[in-house]
Design a protein around this ligand. Structure first.
Ligand code: CTP
Length: 216
């Protein structure tokens, strides 16, 4: 991609909340900071940015078109509505893989017996985009791995038909959820791997966008 100026960039960020009943949900520790940093950097270098963000307290510039969502299904629907017009899709959200199969209409009351909640799969947004990807559309996935990192990440890149995949390491202190710093490696579909140092999420966002622009 020779330049990102004027290009339409869609970014997913943050966690998703999967409702159990009107007051409870299944969530995760994602803060949204990494995805929002990418959105801010894409805006700074001239892209037209849409941010589809799960529940997060992190603010974003008013020049970013932000769509706030709750569940994986909400995020899927919002992405699918816009995907066709986008040049670059960056999926940094920590989407829940499972959700309660039945959402209780009323608050579940405590009882002496154990409670079992049956879960079902959520739609995989990245995999769906990979299946529908059109020519000249660039798809960037994220992977958070704790073991066999590179091997798993490569498998994910191929399976979900990504052009680039950002591998997040949880092995390093200061990297990952909630922190202001992160350490990533970026793999591409031609088998190139670039490994970066621990740095601020704003700097990591610059590395990710530089890699997208340099990708052929
Ligand atoms: N992702 C998505 N929709 C989902 C689950 C994940 O779009 N329902 C995206 C994430 O935003 C990320 C990538 O898929 O870009 C990888 O997510 P991850 O949870 O690491 O991979 P999974 O395929 O869910 O595999 P696993 O949890 O088994 O490692």
């Amino acid at each position: 991609m020779p330049d990102i100026k004027g290009k339409k960039v869609l970014i997913t960020a943050g966690p998703t909340h999967e409702p159990i009943d009107p007051v409870r949900f299944i969530g995760n520790h994602s803060s949204g900071k990494m995805g929002i940093a990418i959105a801010e950097e894409a805006l700074a270098i001239g892209a037209e940015v849409t941010l589809i963000c799960g529940p997060s307290n992190v603010k974003s510039s008013s020049k970013i078109k932000r769509i706030n969502v709750q569940s994986a299904q909400n995020m899927f629907d919002a992405v699918m509505q816009l995907q066709e017009t986008q040049d670059v899709l960056i999926l940094s959200a920590a989407v829940a893989d499972y959700r309660p199969k039945i959402v209780a209409e009323n608050k579940i009351k405590k009882s002496d017996t154990k409670l079992t909640i049956e879960l079902e799969s959520t739609p995989d947004i990245l995999a769906s985009l990979g299946q529908q990807k059109r020519q000249n559309q660039l798809l960037v996935g994220f992977a958070l791995e704790t073991n066999n990192e590179l091997e798993n990440a490569k498998g994910k890149l191929v399976k979900k038909n990504c052009d680039l995949l950002v591998l997040n390491s949880l092995q390093d202190a200061g990297a990952g959820f909630g922190h202001d710093t992160n350490k990533v490696s970026i793999l591409d579909r031609h088998n190139n791997i670039a490994t970066f140092e621990l740095k601020s999420k704003a700097e990591v966002a610059k590395d990710i966008l530089r890699t997208i622009i340099a990708f052929k």
